[in-house]
Design a protein around this ligand. Structure first.
Ligand SMILES: [Zn+2]
Length: 227
């Protein structure tokens, strides 16, 4: 079955049946990909433990895995490679640079010899889990909106385990963005986000970029700020 991304509705559409992929189904793909990539992270830890990979080799593989995982999520969220703009590549590039920095420190800790194979596997799994943020950020960009935080970006106590998602709906005067809880693992911060951003309003509804000015209070507080 072939799918195309329909820019006007920000949804994937089957070219065979004409049916749209619901945002819940697309989010399901996000989560399935994160889970599949986590298994690869576990595989890398056992290859390091068995001596099949040197620490340097492990770090290279861990970087490649992180890159592949985040890029695929960004493409899924944005609507495919053809939809990617320079800003989109730059966004995922910035996220990856930060992740590579964390990986460097992680590799140093492994060199210190204090981490078990299970700990290494679990911790690299956080990098693949964190890829949900790349899906969510790309999706917000696809909808032309700026949101205060993204599931998996580390701003919640559950850190990268966060399986929450932004429910985006197009209305007559803008996009309504609601933080929805994931199926499991709600930390206090997620519950707070869900209560606070139901829907999110930076003083008003999130406007489609270019159609109207964002509310002044929102601009003054900085687009990246909470609340
Ligand atoms: Zn969450």
């Amino acid at each position: 079955m072939a799918w195309v991304y329909e820019k006007a509705s920000n949804r994937y559409k089957s070219t065979d049946t004409g049916r749209y992929l619901s945002q819940e189904a697309a989010k399901g793909l996000r989560d399935r990909w994160a889970v599949a990539q986590r298994e690869k992270a576990t595989g890398l830890a056992s290859r390091l433990a068995s001596g099949d990979l040197t620490l340097k080799g492990w770090e290279q593989q861990a970087r490649a895995l992180t890159k592949e995982t985040h890029l695929a999520q960004a493409l899924l969220g944005r609507g495919g490679r053809n939809m990617m703009t320079a800003a989109d590549w730059g966004r995922v590039g910035n996220t990856l640079r930060a992740q590579y920095g964390f990986l460097r420190e992680f590799a140093n800790e492994i060199a210190g010899g204090t981490l078990t194979e299970a700990q290494i596997a679990g911790r690299l799994g956080m990098y693949t889990d964190a890829s949900r943020q790349s899906y969510e950020k790309a999706r917000a960009a696809s909808w032309g909106i700026t949101l205060p935080a993204h599931p998996g970006d580390g701003n919640t106590r559950c850190l990268t385990r966060c399986a929450c998602w932004w429910d985006l709906q197009k209305g007559p005067d803008g996009v309504t963005a609601t933080w929805r809880l994931g199926a499991s693992d709600h930390c206090e911060d997620c519950l707070e986000n869900a209560a606070q951003w139901s829907p999110y309003s930076g003083g008003a509804r999130v406007r489609i970029a270019g159609l109207s000015l964002p509310p002044l209070g929102w601009v003054m507080s900085g687009n990246g700020a909470h609340g």
